[in-house]
Design a protein around this ligand. Sequence first.
Ligand code: ATP
Length: 199
Amino acid sequence: MLLRRFEAYGFKSFADKVELEFGAGVTAIVGPNGSGKSNISDAIRWVLGEQNIRNLRGAKTEDIIFAGSSERRPLNVAEVSLIFDNSDNRIPLDYSEVIVTRRVYRSGDSEYMINKTACRLKDIHDMLGDIGLGRESMAVISQSKVDEVLNSRPEDRRLLFEDAAGITKYKQRKRDALRKLDDTESNLTRVADIMAEIG
Ligand code: ATP
């Protein structure tokens, strides 16, 4: 799934509309300290449905709206859109581009949109979960996560690799299946006991 474009307005330091185009391959964003590089990854996390403002280095929702500077007045709205290339139809929508948008107002009201049509957060989670961009996905890895991975025990690190490789969901399904087998086994024992009693 190719992320084609990123657009943000009013999000943290982006007082003017920012548009970034991503081509195929690797894109690196460089800039001086404090110029807003991490704000881009915060914005991506946010539009993908992050609900915990602390994970976006803020304390309250207002912290993600442009707070003003010596020359600019604060803004009352923050909006971020991710534009995905959907020419392979991985997202089951009849559009070659899918635009996911999130907007929040200083009043606290917020809106989610898919291709400019209002939707629920759940619709975004469901759609993104299907293409591997769900809430727990490894699509965005923060600096603190890198430290955590480097400092973790090999057993815990293995879990991260399994998660990234998509094995975790199968392990969960295996656990569920084994539990059902266990339940069925107990039911069969019970049936056998009852049959012995009445037979
Ligand atoms: P570094 O290289 O040091 O990690 P960076 O390029 O990743 O820096 P960011 O952390 O993305 O920089 O940006 C920090 C800047 O964003 C700070 O100057 C901060 O004042 C500004 N900023 C954060 N939130 C807001 C906000 N709500 N309104 C205005 N500016 C904000």
